[in-house]
Design a protein around this ligand. Structure first.
Ligand code: PLP
Length: 373
């Protein structure tokens, strides 16, 4: 079945008690035992499992083509749970331009428990191979990357990692399963910040882990979810499920608008460089064309004149809201170096855009007036 159909139907059953087509939100924290002491519905206490969360987890597994999923209270909680399956002495390879929260977890929290990490340029498969150690247990992929929108070759990294006995996790937050399915390309695990495109409306915080096989590794992730307790509320699960119904159509709109803006900006004299894999000039274009259905809704660009000019542009734009995060219907623009903290390697003249679902012509008109200065 096609993704549009899966997105509409995944995790959805007509409610048996009422016939409701849209699923109810199950707020009860506790469930009645039968006379024999068992839980006939399979639910006992909402931290362990909840019907609304279970529907979301089923939908996520279907969309990513995985065996099973676990939902978390944020993307960071999902990443945290994955790293918590590691042991002292284990080694992780991560992208040098990984989401800064991922790098912060490895460096500020897991290093002191003896988990070592190397940060490499994942667009360079030779660098990935060279970083492998006997203790390497996990290779973390994030593509497209943040904020340079670089593309790494999932299938090639999987091959290198598996040959060295390491597992592969892919942060698929930016592409979403509508554009890229890492498990189909051989990855073992997919992580999401559902806060972004899956929720899709800038109104929930959530995360998820989806695995190819329901094995011991997933049991450890699941244990961190249930015992650690960083689970999403039923209402948030319900909102992510609602967002998923329209995901494939939203991703088409985001991608089409982003391509139009990238083309406009790359022809503009006030712009030094545009980072968007949909542009043929982009270093990641060929791999993106192979592993992604569309190049996505995220782009960044460098403004001539440095940090001051970049900042001034954001003040002149009327339709672009100055805010962090991504994946909602509204276009957001952000000076990334300012939010990434002391470890940032992001150029000071770089602005990142989460291209929304407004009409591309209106967004381009706004950029045109803003760039006139
Ligand atoms: C936002 C984001 C995260 C972190 O997710 P939260 O829901 O904010 O905890 C991780 N990876 C990527 C690529 C993100 O964009």
């Amino acid at each position: 079945m096609h993704l549009e159909t899966l997105a509409v139907h995944a995790g959805l059953q007509v409610d048996e008690a009422t016939g409701a087509v849209t699923p109810p939100i199950h707020l009860s924290t506790t469930y009645e035992r039968a006379a024999d002491g068992t839980f006939p519905s399979g639910f006992s206490y909402t931290r362990s499992n909840n019907p609304t969360r279970q529907s979301l987890e089923q939908a996520l597994a279907v969309l990513e083509g995985g065996a099973i999923a676990a939902a978390f209270s944020s993307g960071q909680a999902a990443t945290f749970a994955i790293f918590q399956t590691l042991r002292p002495g284990d080694h992780v390879i991560a992208p040098e331009d990984a989401y800064y929260g991922t790098a912060d977890l490895l460096l500020d929290h897991f290093a002191k428990w003896g988990v070592e990490s190397s940060f490499v340029d994942m667009a360079d498969i030779g660098a990935v191979r060279a970083a492998m150690r006997p203790a390497t247990r996990l290779v973390w992929i994030e593509t497209p990357s943040n904020p340079l929108i670089r593309i790494s070759d999932i299938a090639a990294i999987v091959e290198a990692a598996h040959a060295a006995g390491a597992r592969v996790a892919c942060d698929n937050t930016w592409a979403t399963p509508a554009l890229q399915r890492p498990l189909d390309l051989g990855a073992d695990l997919v992580m999401h910040s559902t806060t972004k495109y899956l929720g899709g409306h800038s109104d929930i915080l959530g995360g998820a882990v989806i695995v190819r096989e329901n094995d011991d590794w997933f049991a450890r992730v699941k244990s961190v979810q249930v015992v650690g307790g960083a689970v999403p509320s039923p209402f948030e699960c319900w909102l992510v499920l609602r967002g998923i119904r329209t995901l494939p159509y939203r991703m088409r709109g985001h991608s089409a608008n982003a391509l139009a803006i990238a083309q406009f900006l790359s022809a503009h004299p006030a712009i030094e460089q545009v980072c968007y894999p949909g542009l043929e000039s982009n270093a990641g274009h060929a791999i993106a064309a192979r592993q992604m259905a569309l190049p996505g809704g995220m782009l960044s660009f460098m403004v001539r004149g440095g940090r001051d000019e970049a900042m001034a542009l954001t003040l002149r734009l009327k339709l672009f809201t100055r805010a962090t995060s991504l994946g909602g219907p509204e276009t957001l623009i952000e000076h990334r170096a300012s939010v990434e903290g002391p470890r940032t390697r992001t150029p000071e003249n770089l602005l990142r855009v989460s291209v929304g679902l407004e009409h591309a012509d209106d967004l381009i008109a706004d950029l045109r007036q803003g760039l006139k200065g």
